[in-house]
Design a protein around this ligand. Sequence first.
Ligand code: TRP
Length: 327
Amino acid sequence: MKKRVLSGIRATGRLHLGNYLGAVLGMVELQESGAYEAYYMVADLHTLTTPFEPGELQKQIREVVLDYLAAGIDPSKSTLFIQSQVPAHLDLAFLFSTTETVARMQHLPTFKEKVKEHPQDVTMALLNYPILMAADILAYKADLVPVGIDQEPHLEVAREVARKMNEKYNTRFPEPQRFATKGEYIPSLTGEGKMSKSVEGSFILLTDSLETVKERLAKVPTDSGKGEEVPTKGGVAVLMSLVEIFEGADKKKAYEKKYLGEGLRYSELKEELSKAIFKVIKPIQDKRRELEKNPAFVNKVLTEGSAKANELTQATLQEVKEGMGLL
Ligand code: TRP
């Protein structure tokens, strides 16, 4: 039997470069390897764990679906679905929540960060975020999870749930591992933290025009372009790591040499970098435009995807219920 892969992206609107390099590229890589059975979803239920706009949700879900398909998720090779269309995720999340304590969940760095961001909205749903994610993964008995490094604490919880369920209730869950992509950590354009949809001025969207990419890079804070040491923090460091990702390590070295020598002209660097980034996102945009014209195709992909996901996850739910004495 082929090993399984599962991953998801929250429905917070259009994807940015961080999502693409940190997660989607890895998903496509695993899909293309042919060695796995791949399940990819829009984590719309996870979107409800922080403040959200009900009237916007359908649109946001659709954006992620289109970005997935445009970025190379191929429905003839991978199963694509929407989390809330597969009810076993919620059933399992409740059953799994019996294995973890409130204290353990409160101590997760991901939880603490969200509490800082939304101190007025620390809901039970937020506290349960990692349990629902464990359910997403274990429902498919996935072995590999392509996600960014910031998700490691959640994977740790998923492994813990797997172990405890296996010990207590005789289930057979594998312990899922993270699949690391080359875009491990895409820094924020502000020079602080990681690229994030919720931080204005931090991201480049996959749907940005060349002009917009240039405008966004223009705002990255820089310095005089000359010095004794190349900064390892802030805007200059961000530009250097984007250069490395999109133009290669040699190009980065050349810029660093200029910085330490005659001086670096950021206008030139930003112009070249904009073009290199746009070269990567342009084909995704072309594909997306095609897909927008074909909603019937997209709907069919999702209907078939959730049917397949439901079949598999109902079997897992049955096993868990039997193990726990509910059946
Ligand atoms: N927590 C993930 C993120 O923010 C999204 C997610 C939800 C996910 N469920 C998942 C990722 C299951 C991988 C597997 O990026």
